[in-house]
Design a protein around this ligand. Structure first.
Ligand code: PLP
Length: 222
């Protein structure tokens, strides 16, 4: 695996608007440093403990993204430094992020995760649930966080039409929220969708942020 080469090949294929989050979960620091030394600064992890350890050991100008669904009791470990939390799907979690962000005297950026896949197991809100949350008085009081957009994962399938339709749904959700709740929020701009196997479709459907692991670092051994 030539990690630096994989990143530069990928970046050449991406439009300017698309941010590449290099998903380094389960991978050692030396792999991350190989990417870092080639100029890449944006990495994603999905386990709080692993992410905090890597944050402590690696260069401080890395922009760390939390791409999973943090447990509320672990948010405090992310709050001091995290650049963006992708998998937020409840008011309870938003309130905890806000509380911990406030303790650190900063604003934490988040994406709302939506359920767009047909699989039952994946996390995420429905549009209806999101509307209810965004209209609540409790949400309006959260001053130490910023909702930057939406995130979703398509069904794990070979059916390209199905994947495309799920990404279209997420784009529709983004537009709906933008129009109804975030028309004045200049930072509500991000649609995080697309992984190693489906990012070309995601980019065609309007993704602004792709989360790519195995295509950069190789297969993961869990
Ligand atoms: C692991 C993971 C990815 C990257 O998956 P690859 O198929 O290796 O590119 C993207 N998003 C989330 C939420 C993940 O957990």
């Amino acid at each position: 695996m030539n990690i630096a080469e994989n990143i530069s090949t990928l970046k050449k294929k991406l439009p300017e608007r698309v941010c590449l989050v290099a998903v380094s979960k389960t991978k050692p620091n030396k792999d991350i440093l190989e990417a870092y030394n080639s100029g890449h600064k944006v990495f994603g992890e999905n386990k709080v403990q692993d992410l905090v350890k890597k944050y402590e050991e690696l260069p401080k100008d890395i922009k760390w993204h939390f791409i999973g669904h943090p447990q509320t009791n672990k948010v405090k470990y992310l709050a001091p430094f995290i650049h963006l939390i992708h998998g937020v799907d409840s008011l309870k979690l938003l309130k905890m992020i806000n509380k911990e962000a406030k303790k650190n005297n900063r604003k934490v950026s988040v994406l709302l995760q939506f359920h767009i896949a047909e699989e039952q197991s994946k996390f995420g809100l429905t549009l209806q649930e999101a509307k209810q949350m965004l209209e609540s008085q409790e949400f309006k009081l959260l001053e130490n966080l910023e909702v930057m957009g939406v995130m979703g994962m398509a069904t794990y399938t070979d059916n390209k039409e199905q994947i495309r339709n799920e990404f279209k749904m997420l784009k529709f959700i983004f537009n709906t929220l933008k129009n109804e709740y975030f028309s004045d929020a200049k930072n509500f701009t991000e649609i995080s969708m697309g992984m190693s196997d489906d990012f070309p479709i995601a980019v065609e459907e309007g993704s602004t942020m792709i989360r790519v692991g195995s295509k950069i670092f190789g297969k993961r051994n869990y």
